[in-house]
Write a protein that binds this ligand. Structure first.
Ligand SMILES: *Cc1c(COP(=O)(O)O)cnc(C)c1O
Length: 483
């Protein structure tokens, strides 16, 4: 089936059609409000549609969007998981959504309680002493965390610590955040099994080490089991450990970054804690810290004293990281999610996420190569190296998946795996859905060998086929212009 291009709204309707009847004007009509030199000389060429045409147009457009609510979306390192609708409803309660951040704290006790208790819950989940809810995204959390680490070293008058060690498997935001913070990223290579090379780490730590930034499970979907030895090496050298917890879907309720030896953690509420993710936001990247860094947290913080919630500030704070107190609606969703799941529920969701990823890995290991012969965590990395002999690349496989109705997994990331395919099925998918996806992936592997051109020229039943993504990003055409 080839889908047809949907007509532009400007191509629909007829002059004189209307979608609504406006009531008669009940105030005096004023002309000349717009100075003559700015006024139009002719009527704007706007589409004129009936209400039904209008509704159908936008409903059809919305049907062409792909999201978790329409289909399986196994985008690794992004945790495109299902977010229960009740959390959406709660975040829209007027008592929460209509508040103003400058309201007197006596009038917003409930909102402050949510902030305070959500901080406490996240501190418990991550094994930290305190949490700031200000950062608006994961990368913003990284910047906040590195500023906290710098403040900690400066406070001890240890000014030489400007280097941040980052493994080569890290998310690109890690070295970028170090640079934005005015520190230097030092890359270390991973071992063949995807873990940190302890000798390489020992060779770079020293009196100039501010921190090691680590993602565990790593972006290869693997748990770093040498983490305690790694933490000791960094701490012995006077550095701190930063945990990139953007995707905490594998560890909630099972293991805590604080117990692994990390000093600073960021979490992405828009990946793990029930905010839809994608399209550029809004997000939330709370940062948790151990006791020694609490006094540097962004101002102001909520405190609970004598039955009242109020704002407090610290002299040693790094200052504000957001105009106000964070993206509150997202914090409400996260708190509702945590409460409705409970500790046991969070643990179960992590267990299911890990089980689903290992199921996909095992079932696809024959058709595609697996670069690491280990159990994976919430996501698995495969490669299409085998398909290369037929001239088929990971991109072709991803495009062919669209014909089968699936959103492709993450491709070409992590960059240290050739022809990488990174699958994150998440906890909420049924075995039937996973089997359908696995079946499609296996069929594509057969097609790659038997009917190369079919895969090479995919997708075949989408409205547009292969787009020039670079041109689309560099030169987007986002408005319609009348000829
Ligand atoms: C998504 C992600 C980030 C960045 O989070 P943003 O909210 O997109 O800034 C950082 N690290 C990892 C491992 C991620 O998956």
């Amino acid at each position: 089936m080839i889908l047809e291009r949907q007509p532009l709204i400007f191509e629909l309707g007829k002059p004189g059609r209307k979608a609504v009847d406006l009531p008669k004007l009940d105030v005096p009509e004023v002309s000349n409000l717009i100075p003559e030199k700015y006024a139009r000389t002719s009527k704007a060429a706007l589409p004129e549609l009936s209400q039904l045409e209008l509704i159908r147009h936008y409903t059809q457009l919305s049907n062409r969007n792909f999201g978790v609510d329409t289909g399986f979306y196994p985008l690794g390192s992004c945790t495109m998981k299902y977010n229960p609708k009740i959390n959406e409803d709660i975040s829209r309660y007027e008592g929460l959504s209509l508040l103003h951040p400058l309201q007197d704290s006596a009038t917003v006790q409930g909102a402050l309680e949510i902030l305070y208790k959500c901080e406490q819950a996240l501190a418990e989940i991550s094994g930290m002493k305190a949490v700031t809810m200000q950062p608006a995204a994961g990368a913003h959390g990284e910047l906040t965390g590195l500023k906290l680490i710098r403040a900690y070293h400066r406070d001890r008058n240890d000014l030489a610590r400007t280097k941040v060690i980052v493994p080569d498997s890290a998310h690109g935001t890690n070295p970028a955040s170090a640079a934005v913070c005015g520190m230097q990223a030092v890359e270390i290579k991973s071992e063949a099994d995807g873990s940190i090379d302890l000798e390489a780490l020992k060779a770079v730590v020293g009196p100039d080490t501010a921190a090691l930034m680590l993602t565990n499970p790593s972006t290869l979907g693997l748990f770093e089991s040498k983490i305690e030895a790694i933490a000791k090496i960094v701490h012995d050298a006077g550095g701190l450990l930063y945990y990139d917890g953007a995707n905490s879907n594998a560890i909630m309720g099972i293991v805590r970054p604080g117990d692994m030896g990390f000093d600073v953690v960021h979490l992405n509420l828009h990946k793990t804690f029930s905010t839809p993710h994608g399209g550029g936001g809004p997000g939330s990247g709370p940062v948790g810290v151990k006791e020694a860094l609490v006094k540097f947290l962004p101002n102001p913080r909520v405190q609970f004293c004598d039955g009242l919630y109020s704002w407090v500030t610290s002299d040693k704070s790094i200052g504000k990281m957001q105009a106000f107190h964070g993206n509150f609606g997202i914090i409400v969703r996260a708190y509702a999610y945590i409460l409705s799941m409970g500790g046991e529920g969070l643990r179960k969701s992590s267990e299911d996420a890990v089980l689903n990823a290992n199921y996909c890995k095992k079932m696809l290991e024959e058709a595609y190569d697996s670069p690491f012969d280990r159990f994976c965590m919430h996501e698995c990395v495969l490669t299409s190296k085998k398909q290369k002999q037929y001239g088929i690349h990971t991109l072709d496989i991803a495009k062919r998946l669209l014909d089968y109705g699936y959103h492709p997994p993450t491709i070409y990331f992590p960059m240290i795996v050739e022809e990488a395919i990174m699958i994150e099925p998440t906890e909420s998918e049924s075995k039937e859905t996973l089997d359908g996806f696995i079946d499609a992936m296996k069929k594509i592997a057969v097609e790659a060998a038997m009917d190369t051109e079919l895969v090479h020229s995919a997708p075949h039943n989408t409205i547009v086929s292969r787009l020039d993504e670079t041109l689309a990003a560099r030169n987007p055409v986002v408005k319609w212009a009348a000829q």
